[in-house]
Design a protein around this ligand. Structure first.
Ligand code: PLP
Length: 388
């Protein structure tokens, strides 16, 4: 391995949300933070170098995005996902969650119904209700092995004339499913049948563990592509989330024009110099680094699973197929959600994401971020032994 992911880097005092906003969210500052979904690994050296190089010029004025910015993603999609993306489908957006809201605002109307499938990334809820659309929940089903599935029977029954959009997370934060071709084809068919838009948040798309494969919903067919939008970014993949740079991939021309207009009306299209450079450099030079980090993350996942199975069998978790997040199920501790939460906070002193923040069916679940040096995981797991 060229890169050292075991290196512990002190992030305190850098305004890192994971560390320096812990007090605000958890009411204590002395917790081990394994919550916010960024990585405790150094941003790759080649990205930092590109940023430093730009800083050697003394003016940081208004900047356009060169064609090479878009081409970097087109080449990445081709190489890693054997997917041909057209240049004209690509729109810049300053962050994935922002892009979700822009898509909602530009493609649906107040009062329209939008479906999500909890437990799911909590800003999906706010993007819908905050923009005065009706939130419709189609909870995922958990099978006996702890693997979550989309409930297609229930889904179709929820769709009516007011339903305009389904938002998915692929791979799915927090449960780690990588939606496969069959899942996405079923969704695509529903979208065609009922004239819906599938808004697919694929920010975790580069974190996929063999034998699973990332399927971009747009790749499935021309017809499904006309009903689908993917929002993605190298921000999770290369630990550059602080640079707020992402893209929306929109093959449908009408959707694209509406999206562009909203971006224009809100004057959000400029972006920032460093985000542009980091995005392009990441996709141009990031392959080896990504392969190495994936290997390390998979070892972390195995480590957590082995440790829990051996020492804390009351905490169950299925290996994520994608993402660097693990969804821990505390049901077999026999404790209530609030007691588990209280003990995590005051006894184990761990900052994990509360499962209920992802929806009601996150009861007795907590999300663990494993993108951290293994030593940190070891320390955290030791503390979790209070639940054994
Ligand atoms: C599924 C998902 N979407 C979006 C985001 C955040 O994206 P951004 O910071 O670009 O708004 C996250 C971060 O955790 C995420 O997990």
């Amino acid at each position: 391995m060229k890169y050292n992911f075991d290196q512990i880097i002190d992030r305190r005092g850098t305004n890192a949300i994971k560390y320096d906003k812990m007090d605000f969210f958890f009411g204590r500052h002395d917790l081990q933070p394994l919550w916010v979904a960024d990585m405790d690994f150094a941003t790759p050296d080649f990205i930092l170098e590109a940023l430093k190089q730009r800083l050697s010029h003394p003016i940081l004025g208004y900047t356009k995005r060169p064609q090479s910015f878009y081409k970097s993603y087109i080449d990445w999609a081709k190489k890693r996902y054997q997917w041909s993306v057209s240049n004209k489908w690509l729109e810049f957006s300053p962050g994935v969650v922002g892009a979700l809201s822009i898509a909602i605002l530009s493609l649906t109307n107040e009062g329209d119904k939008i479906i999500i499938q909890p437990p799911v990334y909590h800003p999906f809820f706010d993007a819908i209700t905050g923009n005065k659309r009706q939130l419709v929940k189609n909870p995922l089903l958990k099978d006996k092995n702890g693997i979550y599935q989309m409930d297609f029977n229930a889904l179709e029954k929820l769709i009516d004339s007011q339903t305009k959009m389904i938002i998915i997370s692929n791979p799915h934060n927090p449960v780690g499913r990588v939606w496969n071709k069959t899942d996405l084809e079923k969704l695509g068919k529903l979208a065609i049948k009922y004239n819906l838009i599938i808004l697919s948040d694929d920010i975790h798309a580069d974190f996929i563990y063999s034998p699973h494969q990332y399927t971009p919903i747009i790749k499935l067919s021309k017809e499904i592509a006309q009903h689908s939008i993917i929002i993605t970014s190298p921000s999770k993949t290369f630990n550059i989330a602080g640079l707020s740079t992402s893209i929306a991939i929109i093959p449908n021309e009408d959707y694209r024009k509406n999206f562009q207009k909203k971006m224009h009306d809100m004057h959000l299209f400029l972006g920032n110099i460093f985000g542009n450079i980091a995005f392009e450099t990441a996709y141009q030079k990031g392959e080896n680094w990504l392969n190495e980090v994936l290997k390390y993350l998979k070892e972390n996942i195995n480590f957590v699973q082995d440790y829990l199975n051996t020492h804390i069998p009351t905490i169950k978790t299925a290996a994520p197929e994608g993402t660097f997040l693990m969804w821990l199920d505390f049901s077999e501790t026999g404790l209530s959600h609030n007691v588990i939460k209280e003990r995590l906070l005051n006894e184990a002193k761990l900052a994990l994401n509360d499962g209920k923040s992802f929806g009601d069916n996150g009861d007795k679940h907590f999300r663990l971020n494993i993108a951290t040096p293994r030593k940190n995981l070891e320390t955290a797991l030791e503390k979790l032994k209070i639940f054994a």
